[in-house]
Design a protein around this ligand. Structure first.
Ligand SMILES: *[C@@H]1O[C@H](CO)[C@@H](O)[C@H](O)[C@H]1NC(C)=O
Ligand SMILES: *[C@@H]1O[C@H](CO)[C@@H](O)[C@H](O)[C@H]1NC(C)=O
Ligand SMILES: *[C@@H]1O[C@H](CO)[C@@H](O)[C@H](O)[C@H]1NC(C)=O
Length: 958
């Protein structure tokens, strides 16, 4: 699964279980004796009584016109499981099941002899735990070590939207006609919706898939190639080759009348194809350009070929207009949300284009880490997602150096890990999960970002050769099997021992601490200027200033360099700090020492005041004396240290003053996050805000001059990205140069004076154009959205449409979000775009919510999405709006059972305003350099509005 869109699911709540269940829950059913399991921790888990060997799955789908006796958008299914009993005396056993209806069940031995089932109750469905329990006749038990065949006839649903996963339907419009298709998204716990199954990653088997498609449809796409087809009149029976031995969640089937290969490499042995709707012709070229070299690079790096992993392996990538996450790594056929795979020159912006490359790398890396070897259970999903995220950046970096992904990893992933992992409620990489909702929740930022950052730190610690060797050993050792973290540790231990490196550091203990301990340290550095001696201390870093300190330590690989002889290229740690404190003698006579060179380690650094002052002076006189990734580190660390009250604002802003000259993307990306976070807490204080913004314009001066308002035909991509994010920030805060240029560009486009706006400028140009425009301008852009044939572009339009302040336009926007013009997967973002787009829009949306609460809840499908709408709305409301929302929630608890989510968000919005009010004076003085604040900030508290985008939401929309 890819990181970008799954963040929507972070606040996954228990209620998700309800939505994933196509029926009403029956009363709590008790398991009969004979099925053993631990009630407390593993109630949703299959007991390890059976060892699956193989399954056949045969699907006959019905679309909008179903024959008599069949329901539209359902399918008939037959599955045959071949498994071995590995326990004595089983008189009953369970599989996972969440299909529409189970019709018949029969059991035979391997030679076809019927095994008698309990005549009165041959099978029962235990809905609460998604179990199908098979009851053998009294006195009959499975023989330990024997092989059995279990055949089940059933009916499945082709669910209404991708949000419920399983097999679902999606649609697209081609030349005015709506076309349906069916697709499968089974990760992580939705295999049971496609067929009663051993639906846990640790249970692996081979699969033979058969599909009876309508005869007038095009060929079905699945994990494997079609082995044979049989004409059956109005249907065609398609037999697919047997899959490799794999987990059930990796199965996929895509059935449609028209989907086709958009581009391919015409290499039968190492086939690489991009598949999509026929009217996306021409948009698969970029994906084809990056995919084969990525596959090749990984084959070389891991020392295991891709195309020999299964019989007649293919490597298809399919663009699905409807998809719940960013992409999913089904073996042989990866499915992507369309905007993550299809690129249209002149329409797709650089950020979305890069994510096509990185997400492809992520999904391809899963072929080795996830498919070939698989975490035993989702408690260690980081083994799948951490590796995939690491190679997402570093494999793509190897294939295209110009994207500077090695460096972008820091600001996109490492700093994101530091942010997510600094709350008191963060979780360790290995974290116990049981129910489907808990499983989904563990596909959280930490599993991706911290997992990947740990691997990066490890690579520098061990050297790339040893790192590579360990990965190869791990993959070979656990091929086609499941793996525990201990298997990985063992592989690292073997590689380290063989290469005779890292002395007496116990690599298994090292890894164990980082995997099992939540959080990470801040390193406090104190320099004795006379002797040069550096004293170090590590403490767990909590972002909240009121968090109770705790005293864990981490084995910390240290790198540092000093002003006397700065060396930014040596990333090999000089030592590993194992205790709470440590000392390093350095020859005196340096101004500063910088720890965590190029920020390749998972820790923040705080210095004594004198050292900070020296760093600040050095940066002010020539920021290039410090490496750009360490400037990025300093910016990110300083904001975190100020927020956690480990650093005074005046010192912090003295350090940050260099941003007035630095124009690097790597400095500005974290700077915008930090500056915006503070600014969002001043929105209810108009005079403070005005003065803060004046200072922001000064900060922005040099970087905007350097970037300009237009995109030259040739420039580094990070400069394009920097302009994209920086001008969006500048226009949002009313920077005159930015807003005037944007409005002028928008009007020229609207008038037809200019035929297009560069996609890398559209975000702020269209947004500002609508902010300063009227209903007709909005309508103009809406029509452009409806005409768009590239999904990345249409999402960019949707985002801009949310910027309108026009009441009629806002009403139409809200209606549109609930209509078929907007896909279910985009509706939550659609609401957020509106709140973010223009101050005051959330108040209009609140009135809409009051009238249409049931419609909105139904339109976004997932309870977690509806909850996010409530929380995000509160985050953007002013005081008056918060009071209004609170009163409505309190008065309508029966209609809005989620009211507590809203009330919590309201409380947190008020806390954030108070945070701003309490610190306004101190921060303004710090930002302004020194001196007093005219008028005195605290006396001018006029409530207007607040806006508290959590970093999670901001990343999701990036
Ligand atoms: C689109 O549909 C119209 C009317 O049904 C038809 O005349 C036209 O040929 C179609 N265009 C394409 C490109 O198929
Ligand atoms: C396929 O045939 C069915 C039944 O005749 C018909 O309803 C449907 O529209 C056809 N679909 C396509 C894509 O031609
Ligand atoms: C699965 O299909 C393959 C053909 O691809 C066949 O050789 C094999 O016997 C089938 N497996 C089982 C268990 O039926």
């Amino acid at each position: 699964m890819s990181f970008l869109t799954k963040l929507v699911l972070v606040p996954a709540l228990l209620a998700v279980v309800r939505s994933e269940f196509p029926f009403d829950l029956e009363a709590d059913l008790e398991l009969e004796p004979g099925v053993t399991r631990n009630e407390d921790l593993t109630s949703y888990r299959l007991p390890e009584d059976l060892d699956p060997i193989h399954a056949d799955i045969e699907i006959t789908p019905y679309f909008e016109t179903a024959p008599a006796g069949k329901e539209p958008f359902t399918f008939d299914g037959v599955t045959r499981h071949i498994f071995k009993a590995v326990k004595d005396n089983l008189n009953a056993f369970v599989l996972q099941d969440n299909v529409r209806d189970v019709r018949t069940v029969s059991l035979t031995t391997a030679d076809g002899t019927l095994v008698a089932l309990n005549a009165a109750n041959p099978f029962e469905r235990i809905r609460q735990y998604f179990f199908l329990k098979i009851n053998l006749a009294e006195g009959i038990t499975l023989v330990n070590g024997e092989i059995y065949h279990l055949t089940i006839e059933y009916i499945g649903n082709i669910n209404e939207t991708p949000m419920t996963r399983g097999m679902f339907r999606g649609s697209y419009i081609d030349n005015g006609t709506l076309h349906w298709y069916a697709a499968c998204h089974l990760q992580p716990t939705h295999g049971r919706q496609l067929f009663p199954s051993f639906d846990e990653p640790g249970f692996k088997s081979t699969f033979n898939i058969t599909v009876n498609r309508p005869a007038n449809f095009t060929e079905t796409f699945s994990n494997m190639r079609i082995r044979d087809t049989v004409d059956m009149g109005d249907r065609v029976k398609e037999y697919f080759y047997q899959t490799p031995r794999m987990s059930a969640y990796l199965i996929t089937i895509h059935i449609s009348a028209h989907f086709k290969v958009l581009s391919e490499n015409y290499d039968n042995e190492k086939s690489y194809r991009i598949i999509g709707r026929p009217n996306a012709e021409g948009q698969g070229e970029y994906a084809l350009e990056v995919g084969p070299p990525l596959t090749k690079w990984m084959e070389d790096y891991f020392g295991i070929e891709y195309y020999t992993m299964g019989e007649d392996m293919k490597n298809d990538q399919l663009a699905s207009p409807d998809w719940a996450s960013g992409a999913t790594e089904n073996w042989g056929l990866v499915s992507y949300r369309e905007l993550r795979l299809l690129y249209e020159e002149g329409e797709t912006n650089a950020a979305d284009k890069i994510s096509i490359g990185t997400i492809t790398a992520h999904e391809l890396a899963h072929k080795w880490f996830g498919n070939y070897i698989t975490a035993r259970w989702w408690d260690n999903v980081w083994i799948n997602e951490g590796f995939a995220s690491y190679f997402e950046y570093f494999a793509m970096d190897a294939v295209d150096k110009d994207l500077e992904l090695k460096d972008q990893f820091n600001i996109m992933y490492l700093q994101s890990a530091l942010s997510a992992d600094s709350s008191a409620s963060t979780r360790a990489l290995r974290h116990t999960v049981n129910s489907p909702a808990e499983v989904t929740g563990h596909f959280s930022g930490i599993s991706y970002t911290k997992g990947a950052s740990l691997l990066l730190m490890l690579k520098h610690f061990l050297s790339e050769d040893t790192f590579k060797k360990a990965l190869h050993t791990f993959l070979v050792d656990r091929a086609y099997e499941h793996a525990f973290p201990e298997d990985l540790y063992r592989a690292f231990k073997a590689a380290v021992t063989e290469d005779g490196i890292i002395g007496n550091v116990d690599i298994e203990a090292f890894l164990n601490t980082w995997v099992d301990q939540p959080g990470y340290p801040v390193l406090s550095v104190s320099v004795d200027t006379n002797s040069g001696l550096v004293s170090l201390k590590q403490d767990r870093f909590y972002l909240s200033a009121t968090a109770t300190p705790t005293d864990e330590t981490w084995p910390l690989p240290l790198t540092y360099t000093t002003s006397r002889n700065p060396d930014w290229e040596n990333l090999t740690p000089s030592e590993v700090m194992l205790g709470k404190t440590h000392q390093i003698p350095i020859e005196p006579g340096y101004d500063w020492v910088i720890f965590n060179v190029q920020q390749q380690g998972i820790y923040r650094v705080n210095y004594d005041t004198k050292t900070w002052e020296n760093i600040a002076n050095s940066l002010r006189s020539n920021h290039a004396t410090i490496h750009h990734l360490n400037r990025a580190q300093i910016v990110d660390d300083v904001f975190a240290l100020m927020r956690s009250e480990n650093m005074k604002y005046d010192l912090g802003f003295r350090v940050l003053d260099f941003l007035k000259q630095d124009t690097s993307y790597f400095s500005w990306y974290p700077a915008i996050t930090g500056l915006n976070w503070i600014r969002n807490r001043f929105l209810h204080l108009p005079e403070v805000l005005a003065q803060y913004d004046e200072q922001m314009y000064e900060f922005l001066d040099a970087v905007i001059k350097d970037l300009g308002y237009d995109v030259p035909s040739v420039e580094p991509v990070t400069k394009t990205l920097n302009r994209f994010y920086t001008l969006t920030f500048a226009c949002n805060i009313g920077h005159k140069g930015c807003t005037e240029d944007a409005v002028q560009k928008f009007r020229a486009y609207r008038d037809g004076t200019s035929s297009s706006v560069n996609p890398n400028l559209r975000r702020h140009v269209f947004c500002q154009g609508l902010r300063e425009g009227g209903y007709e301008d909005w309508k103009f852009l809406k029509e452009r959205l409806l005409r768009s044939n590239n999904q990345a572009d249409s999402i960019a339009m949707l985002r801009s449409l949310g910027c309108t302040p026009n009441e009629q336009a806002i009403q139409e926007y809200l209606e549109m979000l609930l209509s078929d013009n907007i896909k279910a997967q985009d509706r939550l973002n659609g609401f957020t775009f509106l709140f973010m787009g223009n101050r005051g829009n959330s108040k209009v949306a609140l009135q809409f919510l009051k009238q249409r609460v049931a419609d909105i809840r139904a339109a976004v499908i997932l309870p977690a999405s509806f909850n996010s709408i409530l929380s995000n709305m509160a985050a953007y409301l002013d005081n008056e709006g918060l009071d209004d929302m609170e009163q409505w929630l309190r008065n309508n608890q029966a209609d809005v059972p989620e009211f507590n989510v809203g009330l919590n968000a309201i409380a947190s919005a008020r806390t954030s305003m108070k945070w701003g009010t309490d610190r306004a004076k101190e921060i303004l003085e710090a930002v302004q350099g020194s001196g007093t604040v005219p008028g005195g900030a605290a006396s001018i508290i006029v409530p207007t509005i607040t806006l508290l985008l959590s970093s999670v939401v901001a990343m999701m929309l990036r």
